[in-house]
Design a protein around this ligand. Structure first.
Ligand SMILES: NC(=O)c1ccc[n+]([C@@H]2O[C@H](COP(=O)([O-])OP(=O)(O)OC[C@H]3O[C@@H](n4cnc5c(N)ncnc54)[C@H](O)[C@@H]3O)[C@@H](O)[C@H]2O)c1
Length: 282
């Protein structure tokens, strides 16, 4: 059993090798810094070289050894090279966090084929490539470990304003649940993390396809996330707690917990709530 699955007060990452994709911003960045503070050895990647360098420098200041790479998770070969570099440098991987993700705001009628491909390539295939590149060696090592895949509250309950995004996040949840059963004999835990509204740069960077004036729309979207006030740092703490407890599904933030509970107990009420939440950012 990996040492972080023990029932201790807070997860022990001293000397553990942690890989995080999308570590240049938001949840991935905060998770990297938290892991650094807790003594982990880090392999970080992001498509944004400036962002991931910044995170790596800060993690270094916390005393962490860091391997850093600028790669696109939708590129399977690049992911394999990143994995090879990680095993060459640290010899093993204990925790893999497939965090990199993007969003497109819009209903089905406003989402074009290019948007679909972009979301599928990064949100779903990025997770597949991460698992493909790291898992076989983790299994062969016989040391156990843990995988975290970033789904979303929109992967628990479909959001009509995030039509294609929801589809990719449902897929990540399904993959994670299947992988969890398959990996159990190898002592590798799998957690699907489903955040609610977390205030990160995703609100600035996501293309908006619906609702007319996009400047106005973006301001409203960003203001909903800002007012909600749930930070990426808080999300990172919750993710590590979910790893320690070896949770199958980990909602993050109250609205995600509520959506998870309602989607299981009373699906019609859950759908009503999801539609109201989507209206908030219209
Ligand atoms: N913020 C939220 O409210 C929220 C809610 C639910 C789920 N999530 C999920 O959490 C994860 C992290 O999002 P965040 O909110 O921290 O967003 P963010 O935009 O702050 O960070 C995402 C990071 O992923 C990187 N990235 C994007 N495409 C990439 C690619 N092709 N290859 C490598 N890196 C890439 C970005 O450069 C960025 O640094 C995502 O999977 C997102 O879908 C976020």
């Amino acid at each position: 059993m990996p040492s972080f699955h023990r029932r201790v007060r807070s997860i022990d990452l001293a000397g553990q090798v942690v890989v995080i994709t999308g570590a240049g911003s938001g949840i991935g960045r905060e998770l990297a810094l938290l892991c650094a503070q807790r003594g982990a050895l880090l392999a970080l990647c992001d498509i944004n070289g400036v962002g991931v360098s910044r995170t790596a420098e800060e993690a270094h200041e916390h005393g962490a050894q860091v391997l850093m790479s600028q790669i696109d998770v939708s590129d399977a070969d690049a992911m394999r090279r990143f994995a090879q570099a990680t095993f060459d440098r640290f010899g093993r991987v204990d925790l893999l966090v497939n965090n990199a993700g993007v969003a497109v705001v819009g209903g089905f009628l406003e989402t074009n084929r290019k948007d679909w491909q972009w979301l599928i390539d990064i949100n779903l295939m990025g997770v597949v490539h991460g698992c493909e590149a790291f898992l076989p060696a983790m299994v062969r090592s016989g040391r156990g470990g843990h995988i975290v895949n970033l789904s979303s509250a929109a992967g628990l309950l479909a959001n009509p304003q995030l039509s294609a995004y929801s589809a990719t996040k449902f897929a990540v949840l399904g993959l994670s649940e299947a992988l969890r059963m398959e990996m159990k004999p190898y002592g590798i835990g799998v957690t699907a993390v489903c955040p609610g509204i977390i205030d990160t740069a995703i609100t600035q960077d996501s293309p908006i396809r619906s609702g007319g004036d996009t400047d106005e729309r973006r301001k409203r979207l960003m203001s909903v996330y800002r007012k909600r006030g749930y930070t990426a740092n808080r999300a990172a703490h919750n993710i590590l707690r979910a790893v320690q407890r070896n949770r199958a599904v980990a909602p993050v933030a109250a609205e995600a917990h509520l959506m998870y509970a309602l989607s299981r107990a009373t699906p019609p009420l859950a759908r009503w709530l999801a539609a109201r939440l989507a209206d908030l950012s219209k």
